[in-house]
Ligand binder design. Sequence first.
Ligand SMILES: Cc1cc2nc3c(=O)[nH]c(=O)nc-3n(C[C@H](O)[C@H](O)[C@H](O)COP(=O)(O)OP(=O)(O)OC[C@H]3O[C@@H](n4cnc5c(N)ncnc54)[C@H](O)[C@@H]3O)c2cc1C
Length: 518
Amino acid sequence: MTPTGNPHAGTGRLDAQRRRCDLDALAADPRIDLLVIGGGVTGAGVALDAASRGLRTVLVESRDLAFGTSRWSSKLVHGGLRYLATGRLAVARESAVERGVLMTRTAPHLTRAMPQLVPLLPDLVGAGQAALIRAGFHAGDVLRRTAGTPAAVLPRVRRIDADRTRRLVPGVRTEGLRGALVAHDGQLVDDARLVVALARTAAQYGATVLTRVRAEEVTGTGARLVDTLTGEGLEIRAGAVINATGVWADQVDPSIRLRPSRGTHLLVDAAALGHPTAALTVPVPGSISRFVFALPQQLGRVAIGLTDEDAPGPVPDEPQPSDGELTFLLDTVNAALATALTRADVRGAYAGLRPLIDTGGGNTADISREHAVLESPNGVITVVGGKLTTYRRMAQDAVDKAVGLRGLPGRACWTARLPLIGAPGHRDSRPVEASGLPASLLARHGGLAHEVLAAGELEPIAEGLDVTRAEIVYAVTHEGALDASDVLDRRTRLGLVREDADRARKAVEEIVGELTEA
Ligand SMILES: Cc1cc2nc3c(=O)[nH]c(=O)nc-3n(C[C@H](O)[C@H](O)[C@H](O)COP(=O)(O)OP(=O)(O)OC[C@H]3O[C@@H](n4cnc5c(N)ncnc54)[C@H](O)[C@@H]3O)c2cc1C
C-alpha cells in the first residue's frame, strides 16, 4: 500500500520526510501483513523478502540501520570453510550457496574476491598442518563448484612462491618463507552498506522502513511502536510479527535463550603491512580450525581479527574489546610479520556480539552458527543465529514460516534472483565501466554512483580521507541517515578510527544540519 502524500513512495529513497509521512500513514491505518523488528542484516533481509512477495511490511529499528552486530563483522562473505573443518557440512554448503548468490546476482557491486593467503613458514605452519589446510582449501573449492560459483568469480586454490607471496602481502616475514597456500573467499566493501542497500531495496518494493522506532509489548499479532525522537506511540496490528533483533532477541521474546559471544578486530594502517592485497591468514597456535586474519579494508586500513569470547550479562549498545583480546590478536599476527606491530600501530578497535543460540555447555566457538526460526508461546516468530552471509536464506525461512503459520497472502520467495539497489541488473543502476568515477566511490555505491555524483561535490570531506562530500549529502537525502553519527558510524565507516571521525565531524555536522533544517 502506498501511503498518501509520501514523495518518495515506491523509490529506494529514505529520508526524514519519508519517515514522517510513513509514520502518519501508519497511524491512520495500522493494519499490516508483517511487522519486522530489527534493522540489522537479518531484519532488512526479512523486510525485502516479505515486501517483494507483495506483503504489506513494516520494518522498525530502534536506533539506526546496522546499529547492532551487523556493523561489527569481519565483512567476509564466506563459503563456510571453517564449518567444513568441523564437519558441519550443511552450514558450510548453505554458506557457499549464499556467497555465490551475493557475489553473482544480488550484490556483486558490494563484494569482491579476496585472496586468503597462508604463508608457509615452517615454524608457523608445520608440514602436517599445511597438508590439512591444503585439503581444507580443496574441499572449499569443491563446495564452491557444487554451489555453482564460477572460478571467474572466486579463483581456484593454488600454491604460490615466496616472491608472489611477498607481492601480495609485503609485510610477511621472509626468513624461511617457502611460498603460500591461497584460497579465495568473498569480501564486502562494508557490512553496514549491505544492510542499507537491503533496506532501501525493501522500501522500493513497498516496505515501510522506520528507524528510531522501538517495538514494545510485542505479541504475535502486533506491538506498540514508539517514535524515540518524539516519544509518541502507536499500536500496530499485524498478520505476523518477526523478531530479528539479534543479541536483543530475548528482550523482545523472553522465551529465547541466547549465549552471545564477543568477536574483536583491531585496525592498523595498510602501510604498516606494506599495503597488502590479500588477507594474511595465521593459524592460532594449538588449533586446527582457528585463524587470525589481517584483512585489507577500504579507507586504507587492515582489520586484524578475530576473537571468540563468552560475553554474558547485559548487552551493551557498543561492545568494547578487552585488553587481552588486543594482545592475543597482535601476538598471533606478529608471528607471521617481518616487523612486529605494536600498540602504537593500532588506529582503532571494535567488537561485536554474535547472537548465538544457547545450546548449553562447550565453548562459544563450538556453538553452531546455524540459524533458527522459532515460534514463541505468544506467537512471535524469532529468527536468530546464522551469519551475515546467510541473511537471505534466514529471511526466506522466517517469512515462509510466517506465511505458513498465519496464512498470509503473497507469492513465493524470489530474492535469490533479485538484484539489490546499485547492483548490475537493478532498474536504477547505470554501468560503472568507463564512468571515470573514483574506484572507492564505485565500490561503495555501484550502479548508483551517478546519483551520488548528482548529490554534491566529489571533493574529500576532509583532507586525506577517501569519502566525498557528495556521499555525506547522499547519506542524508537517500540513505536514511538522520544525524551525524548515522553518517560517520554507519553510512561511512569513518567512525571506526576516532581520528578520522574527528577530522570529518565538523563538515559532516554542517551538511547534516543544513539538510535536516531544510
Ligand atoms: C565479530 C564478528 C564478526 C563476524 N564476521 C562475520 C563475517 O565475516 N561474515 C558473516 O557472514 N558473518 C559474520 N558475523 C555474524 C554476523 O555479523 C551476524 O550474524 C549478523 O550481523 C547478525 O545480524 P542481525 O540482523 O541478526 O542482528 P543485529 O545486526 O544486531 O540487528 C539487530 C537490530 O535490532 C535492533 N533492535 C533491538 N531491539 C529492538 C526493538 N525492541 N525494536 C526495534 N529494534 C530493535 C537493534 O538496534 C539492532 O540494530 C560476525 C559476527 C561478529 C560478532
